[in-house]
Each structure stands twice: as structure tokens, then as C-alpha cells.
Ligand binder design. Structure first.
Ligand code: ADP
Ligand code: MG
Length: 688
């Protein structure tokens, strides 16, 4: 028996042949097919007589086939031509390269033709949709016809055909939304909505279907996130009371004055830590805004309270950089700071083996452990871990959190967790993806930072830009060159790391040290290259976006970005943040082949603005949420098939209903189908 969970191949022999291509669209089960929504509709709902047709009209006619034949054109292409008529007249229809149509449609058949009317030595339909008149509902003509995203030579028509076959199951789709919500918001049933989204009877029905399905996505995501947060907040944590005197002393001893934003963020974090519930806060701040010192205040507080703290960085180099700067900040404190990565193990003043280090951590002889995410979460057992800080990883998964809890050494207590990121996340996204996660934001940059000069470079000015770079390197500076691709691609005409590296090395700067970096190199190889770059053994580093995340090379002063229009604004802003980290004036050069007004407008926004938040908002506007770093990796973005993350009104309505449901039934058990839906979602995006 066919059910929603059946493989889509079971729908029909045709479906079986198409399984491979459907799989590319992530359609494997009948349910996947049902939730593969159209991305637009052709409005063929107007049914006209032939006499009423005019050039450029989009319409359907109900006609009889008078003549049909397939022949070769003088360019040896196959053309199928038909003459069709109704009681008002006759018209020609032509199809190219689809000879089978000549076999499907026979003289005398009654059919619908739908498409655009063109004038080509007389009116005709070119490649119209066609469908035999059967007295049933139409699928491809005489209605709003759904158009789907496809792949390979899979057609929208085939998908429509398959969705029709799945219709009996769509009609039986169970409802998971509580009826109170539906009534309050005037939402239609899930089954009706799924019928209406594929084959709407009218624009009005389509809108109702869209509203219901959009609400569903926004509601389920927010419910899942909130639910999770609620469960997490129930766990006990060790309170770390504010050690006022020591923290104040520490701040006074700093070589600089904290900015107001740093002060405020630190205060919020320290207040969180004092509670007996696990802190779960995100600290957002532009590159160079000084997040590290805020994190250090929190760690110092934890250590003074008798616990250990872990600081997790995304790469080995960053771990080392943090180790150096954190040790420096804490040099006057009685705090033991250790570094632990795959290849670096250090506990000042000694170098020790990994085994020795692990033993010392387990014995509580290291207060602050700095390392890479995976290593610390998976391998280390602590004596008393009370605070974990995660740098630049947006979703520190619940599983990782659970691991930390198990290894924290503190029986049954959850360590406090502080995540940090330089990626500004628009408010709506945090609301949807993180529930109302606690967030602290550092907007203000420390005083005296030099502005990075950003320019769009015209193709004719390229030689001048290279001249400029040569001069910078002569003065001892270093250069980043970013390309969108790793390998050359003929199709896109877009710059690749490999090609650009060769070109710069051979043709432009034969006497300079040039190297390249991309995500397919082994981690160790990447680390080696970055280390060489840091040591100024490399003048120019050609790279893909892998340099995006927080690496600090103060001596680099020029960031050149090739085909800049291919990156999101927030991402370009991140690239730009790789330079301007020293007393030297720094530059960001944007190269672009784009001529479209929109692309130019986007790049202009980058020149004008240094505010990562507003740039991220612009990204959301120009390119959708997929561009916002971290949301794509989280898998959540894929879940949004129809909802619009700009739809503040619907987002807020969904949020309200989430609160209501959770008040009525904190564990959602009163709504079993909803609970099931939420757990499926959590599994799909690895939220559990
Ligand atoms: P990020 O937020 O990118 O992690 P860091 O914490 O690495 O930034 O800080 C960047 C640099 O700014 C460091 O060298 C740090 O010592 C310095 N810094 C931090 N806060 C201040 C401040 N209030 N005034 C001046 N310099 C500061
Ligand atoms: Mg940092």
C-alpha cells in the first residue's frame, strides 16, 4: 500500500525511472514530493476561443487536432506541427525537439493547449502545454499551472504528473496544528493547503495555502528552538558569583580602557554566570571589537570561583593566537593557561606530552584550557569545568553540549556556555533560529582604529592596482587575494584560486613569494601555509573564502577580492576585516565583472557602510538568508521552503502561538502530532 513514507518510485513506472533525478532535488519519499512546492505558477486559467486570441496573450484554448506531423527543419532539428481548431477558427501549434508529441496527440483528439500566443507569419502557439480533455480536473492547462524547480532533464510537467498521482494521499494528510490556532488565525487545513499549493483553483486559494504553509514552517522552527531552550534552562548549573574586586582590578590593569559596549556585555555575562541555571549567551561583535577581553573576564571569574574554563577556537592557528593574547592579558593573575590542539601542547613555561596535559587537566592543575572545538569537546576530561567559551561556531550542537556536561567533572551540572561570533546576524534570524537566545552585542570599535579604504576597481585600473600592491610589499606588507572558486570553470568565467595563483606567479609578480589556500587542502597543509603567511614568508596569499573566520595577520594591508559580486555583503565585510589590524593604513579592493545595477548597488553599500549588522540585513534583502554565515551550515535554511524571513508579521504571530502552546502544554504532549513534527524537525537539523 502506498503511504507518505513510501519511496517516490512506487508512484508509477515513470516515477521509478526518475528516482535518480528526483533524489537530486531531495525528493525520495512521497512526502518529500508533496512538500516540493512550486516556485511559481503560469496563469493559464483564461480559456478563450481561437477567434479571441491576440499576439502576446497567455491563454488556454479547447480545440480539436486537425493535423499533426513531425519533420526535420533545414537545421536538422525535429519540429512537430499541429493545426487545431474550435468552432471559431483554427491556429497552428509548434514544438521543437519533442517528436513524441506527434505520437501522443492524434488527429481528432480533443485537447487543451496553453501558452503564449506569438505572431510568426500568423498567430501560433510555440511549445504550448497540452493535455487531453478528459472531463477531470486539468493539470497542465486551463488553470494556474505550478512550475517546479527541476534538475537535469526532469521537467515540471513530470513533477506535476507525479504530484497528481500522490493526490489521494495529500487528501489524507493528518493535521498537526491545534485547531485553536487555526481558528484564531484563520488558517486552512494542512491537507487543503497542500492541495492548494500544487493545484490552486484560484489566486485566493493559493494565498490561503501559502499563508498556512508559511506559518507552519515559522511555527515549527520557533517551537523546536524554544522547546529545546526551555529544557536546557531546567538543568542545574554551578553559580559563579561576581568576584567584584578581582575583576575590577583586572580591568584597571589593562593597557586600554574598555568601551561602553564591552563593559555592558561583560556585565550581562557576569550576571548570567551568577545564576544556578546554565548561561546560554551569544556575544556578537565586529572583528576587532574586543570580544576576547570580555571572554577573559568571564573566565577569570570562573577560575576565581574555583572552576575551570575552556576556550574553543575553530582552527589550530586561532587557538594559538588566542592562547598568546589570553596569556598576555592574564599574566598578572594567578591563573594557569594551557594550549591543547592536535599539534600544539603548551602549559607555560613547559612543553609537555598530550598524556601529561590531559592528566593535569583532569587533576585541575590547568585553569583555562584553550584548544580546538572538537578536541576539547570530545577528548578532554575536566576536574571542574564550569564555563565553556566557543568562538566562531554558530551552533554548538546540543550533543556537543551534552558531551561537555558529561566530561565537566562536576556531577550532573551543566557548564555555562558563551558563544562568540564576528558575524552579525539580523534580528529576525536570531528570533527564528535561536528563539530568544540571550545576546550581547559590541558595536563600538576601540578608539583610534583606522578606516579601511574600500574601492571598486575598474578592469582598466587593474595594472595600477598591481603596481600599488608591489609598493606595499616593498614596504614589507602582505596581501590577500580572494577568489570565488578553487578550480577554473569555463562556464562561469569566474576567477579561481588555482588559475589566479598561476597567473600572478608567472605573469605579474614573478619575484614574489605567492602561495594559495583552499578548503580541499588538508587541515595540516592549511595550517602550515597560514603559519608561513603569519611569519611573513609569503607576500601574497591567494585563497577562497576559508580565510573568512577570525585569523589575525596584522601585517596584511591589502585585501583584493576577485568577482566580488559573487559574495554576500556580510561575507565581503568579513574579508575586509582581515586587514586593518595594525597601525598601517589598509585597503580593500573589489574587482567585479558585474554590470547589473543591483550588483553595483550592493558593492556601493559595502563602500559606504562599516556596520556589519546593516550589511547583513541588506544581504537578507538582496540574496535571502542562505548567504548569512552559519544558517546554511545549520541545515535550517533548507527547511524553509516557502516562508519568508522578512515576514515579520507572520514570524511574530508564530512566536505568540509558540508561547501559548508551551503554556498550555510545556512538554507539548497534549498535541501528539505536533510533538512528532517537532521531533522530526529537530532530527532533520540535528538540533536534538
Ligand atoms: P575580536 O572581537 O575580533 O576577537 P580582539 O578581542 O581580538 O577582537 O581585539 C582586537 C584588538 O583590540 C586586541 O589587540 C585587543 O587587545 C584590542 N582591544 C580590545 N579592547 C580594546 C579597547 N577597549 N581599547 C583598545 N584596544 C582594545
Ligand atoms: Mg576574536
Amino acid at each position: 500500500m502506498l503511504i507518505l513514507e513510501s519511496s517516490v518510485s512506487q508512484l508509477s513506472p515513470i516515477a521509478k525511472k526518475l528516482t535518480g533525478q528526483l533524489k537530486k532535488l531531495k525528493v525520495e519519499t512521497v512526502r518529500d514530493l508533496v512538500f516540493h512546492f512550486p516556485f511559481r505558477y503560469d496563469d493559464f486559467s483564461k480559456i478563450l476561443t481561437i477567434v479571441a486570441l491576440q499576439e502576446r496573450m497567455i491563454a488556454t484554448v479547447k480545440v480539436k487536432v486537425d493535423l499533426i506531423q513531425t519533420k526535420r527543419s533545414f537545421r536538422r532539428k525535429l519540429i512537430t506541427e499541429a493545426i487545431v481548431s474550435d468552432e471559431t477558427g483554427s491556429i497552428k501549434a509548434v514544438w521543437f525537439g519533442q517528436p513524441y508529441i506527434g505520437k501522443i496527440l492524434k488527429v481528432g483528439d480533443e485537447i487543451y493547449l496553453a501558452g503564449k500566443v506569438e505572431d510568426y507569419y500568423g498567430l501560433q502557439f510555440s511549445s504550448p502545454n497540452y493535455e487531453k480533455v478528459k472531463g477531470l480536473a486539468t493539470t497542465h492547462t486551463a488553470r494556474l499551472v505550478p512550475v517546479y524547480s527541476t534538475t537535469g532533464n526532469l521537467t515540471s510537467k513530470q513533477i506535476r504528473y507525479l504530484v497528481r498521482l500522490a493526490f489521494p494521499l495529500i487528501k489524507k494528510l493528518p493535521e498537526h496544528l491545534p485547531w485553536q490556532i487555526k481558528r484564531e488565525l484563520g488558517l486552512i487545513d494542512l491537507s487543503k493547503a497542500c492541495q492548494g499549493i500544487h493545484f490552486p483553483q484560484s489566486q485566493e486559494e493559493l494565498q490561503k495555502a501559502q499563508k498556512r504553509l508559511k506559518f507552519d514552517e515559522l511555527f515549527i522552527v520557533q517551537l523546536a528552538v524554544k522547546f529545546l531552550k526551555q529544557n536546557l534552562a531546567k538543568l542545574p548549573a554551578q553559580p559563579l558569583p561576581f568576584q567584584e574586586e578581582i575583576i575590577k582590578n583586572f580591568v584597571q590593569g589593562l593597557p586600554f580602557k574598555l568601551t561602553n559596549d564591552q563593559r555592558k556585555a561583560a556585565w550581562q555575562i557576569l550576571k548570567d554566570l551568577a545564576r544556578n541555571r546554565p548561561t546560554n549567551r551569544l556575544l556578537e561583535g565586529e572583528v576587532g571589537s574586543g570580544k576576547t577581553v570580555v571572554a577573559v573576564m568571564a573566565m577569570l571569574n570562573a577560575v576565581v570561583c574555583g572552576g575551570q574554563a575552556a576556550f574553543m577556537a575553530p582552527t589550530e592557528i586561532l587557538a594559538r593566537q588566542h592562547y598568546q593574547s589570553i596569556s598576555k592579558l592574564l599574566r598578572r593573575q594567578k591563573v594557569k593557561v594551557g594550549l591543547l590542539t592536535r599539534s600544539q601542547i603548551f602549559l607555560a613555561p613547559e612543553k609537555l606530552t598530550k598524556g601529561e596535559m590531559l592528566k593535569k587537566i583532569a587533576a585541575g592543575e590547568v585553569d583555562i584550557i584553550i584548544g580546538t572545538h572538537a578536541l576539547i569537546a570530545e577528548k578532554v576530561h575536566f576536574k571542574n569545568l564550569t564555563l565553556a567559551i566557543v568562538d566562531e561556531q554558530h551552533r554548538f550542537g546540543v550533543n556537543q553540549r551534552r558531551l561537555l556536561r558529561e566530561k565537566s567533572g562536576v556531577h550532573n551540572l551543566m557548564p555555562h556556555l558563551l558563544s562568540m561570533t564576528a558575524t552579525p546576524i539580523p534580528r529576525t534570524l536570531t528570533l527564528v533560529f535561536y528563539g530568544d537566545l540571550d545576546i550581547s552585542i559590541i558595536k563600538e570599535l576601540p578608539k583610534g582604529r583606522k578606516k579601511i579604504l574600500t574601492r571598486v576597481i575598474q578592469p582598466t585600473q587593474r595594472p595600477k592596482a598591481y603596481q600599488f600592491i608591489k609598493e606595499q610589499i616593498r614596504r614589507g606588507r602582505q596581501i590577500f587575494v580572494i577568489c570565488p572558486l578553487i578550480d577554473p570553470s569555463d562556464k562561469l568565467g569566474v576567477k579561481s584560486v588555482k588559475e589566479e595563483y598561476q597567473r600572478l606567479k608567472k605573469d605579474i609578480f614573478p619575484d614574489l613569494q605567492i602561495s594559495y589556500l583552499h578548503g580541499r587542502l588538508k587541515a595540516q597543509e592549511r595550517e602550515r601555509i597560514m603559519t608561513d603567511f603569519l611569519a611573513n614568508k609569503i607576500n601574497i596569499l591567494v585563497s577562497t573564502s576559508v580565510v573568512e573566520v577570525g585569523i589575525d595577520v596584522p601585517n596584511a594591508t591589502v585585501m583584493m577580492i576577485e568577482d566580488a559580486e559573487r559574495f554576500g555583503l556580510a561575507q565581503l565585510h568579513q574579508f575586509r576585516g582581515r586587514v586593518g589590524r595594525s597601525k598601517h593604513q589598509s585597503y580593500c579592493f573589489l574587482f567585479s565583472q558585474a554590470e547589473s545595477f543591483q550588483s553595483i548597488l550592493r558593492l556601493q553599500a559595502l563602500i559606504k557602510s562599516e556596520d556589519g549588522f546593516s550589511l547583513a540585513e541588506k544581504d537578507l534583502e538582496f540574496r535571502g538568508p542562505g548567504e548569512i554565515y552559519g544558517t546554511r551550515q545549520s541545515g535550517m535554511i533548507d527547511y524553509f521552503k516557502i516562508a519568508n524571513l522578512f515576514d515579520y508579521q507572520l514570524i511574530n504571530l508564530a512566536k505568540e502561538q509558540v508561547e501559548k502552546v508551551l503554556t498550555q502544554s510545556p512538554d507539548i504532549r497534549r498535541f501528539p502530532l505536533l510533538l512528532e513534527k517537532v521531533s522530526t524537525f529537530q532530527k532533520a537539523v540535528h538540533l536534538e
